[in-house]
Design a protein around this ligand. Structure first.
Ligand code: NAP
Length: 282
């Protein structure tokens, strides 16, 4: 029923290349939003313990009456739970909140190199164990810089299946993407439309006019053709449909290059820098 392609991961699993993100959707609105997204055809939901809405994501999936195996669900380890025992209980809490007996993908949300004595390796080893126990199908990281990925490569056994990073036309995050690609790590692009900021860029609007699509569709299509996995967030069912209808047109190489040209490097970053981010929710 859906034209969403799958991306193959380095562990043999695959993930729908387009999903639905629920960051900043209040819990009381999450069940309706996820239900609406499932109605549109989304079969991949990206949540996190930090978002405070895992329970409502699980409820929406169950209420929709779809087989658990037909929806791909990602969650992430919260920043206060990097110590190995805490990571194990946090994962159990995530499964419990979702009401699932397994998770498709579990990520370390932030590397937090200035906390926990800079030790994200022992945290990663817990994710390796959880995968070994069959409680999560794939494991990955989020906001890991090249240095953090290199350290995992040197000290751990399993290469992350994905790295979920900030990535949009104003911030191509090129070095991290190049590392991911060279090492078989799939790149997931968070804030894929820069939380709306790129949508009135003249380069984007000109391409949108030329191809007869909306700016959001153009930017999401650019991600898809670059091979990124995306999960735009919206609480508007009309925008959920708009963001889903990106598989029946193609951008020309010149148009892709024009959008690549919007990169502002570090200045284009809208979220925190992973090298210094040290927020632990209270
Ligand atoms: N790993 C991490 O550290 C991390 C960090 C941030 C985000 N994420 C993940 O990435 C997902 C997406 O990122 P994001 O939520 O920050 O930003 P985003 O998807 O780039 O943008 C969401 C914003 O754009 C608006 N929007 C959505 N579709 C639109 C359209 N077609 N036209 C105009 N406006 C539109 C939404 O408003 P309406 O809701 O009003 O439509 C919302 O304000 C998150 O939900 C989360 O799953 C991960």
């Amino acid at each position: 029923m859906s034209a969403v392609p799958s991306t193959h991961l380095n562990d043999g699993n695959s993930i729908p290349q387009l999903g639905f993100g629920v960051f900043q959707i209040p819990p009381e609105e999450t069940t309706d939003a996820v239900r609406a997204a499932l109605e549109v055809g989304y079969r991949h939901i990206d949540t996190a313990e930090m978002y405070g809405n895992e329970r409502e994501v699980g409820e929406a999936v169950r209420d929709f009456g779809i087989d658990r195996a037909d929806v791909y669900v990602t969650s992430k380890l919260n920043n206060g739970a990097h110590a190995p025992d805490d990571a194990r209980s946090a994962f159990a809490g995530t499964l419990d909140a979702l009401g699932f007996d397994y998770l498709d993908l579990f990520l370390i949300h932030w590397p937090l190199p200035t906390l926990y004595d800079g030790d994200y390796v022992s945290t990663w080893r817990v994710l390796e164990e959880l995968r070994g126990e069959g409680r999560v199908r794939s494991i990955g990281v989020s906001n890991f810089q090249v240095e953090h990925l290199e350290r995992l490569a040197a000290e751990a056994d399993v290469v992350p299946a994905v790295n979920q990073i900030e990535l949009h036309p104003y911030f191509l995050n090129a070095e991290v993407c190049a590392y991911d690609e060279a090492h078989g790590i799939a790149t997931q692009a968070w804030s894929p439309i820069a939380q709306g900021r790129v949508l009135d860029d003249p380069v984007v609007t000109a391409i949108a006019e030329r191809v007869g699509r909306t700016p959001a569709q153009v930017v999401l299509r650019w991600h898809i053709q670059r091979g990124n996995i995306v999960f735009p967030k919206s609480t508007s069912p009309a925008r959920m449909v708009e963001n889903f209808e990106i598989f029946d047109f193609e951008l020309e190489p010149g148009e892709l290059a024009q959008i690549d040209g919007l990169d502002e490097g570090e200045a284009g970053r809208i979220g925190p820098n992973p090298d210094t981010f040290a927020f632990v929710p209270g």
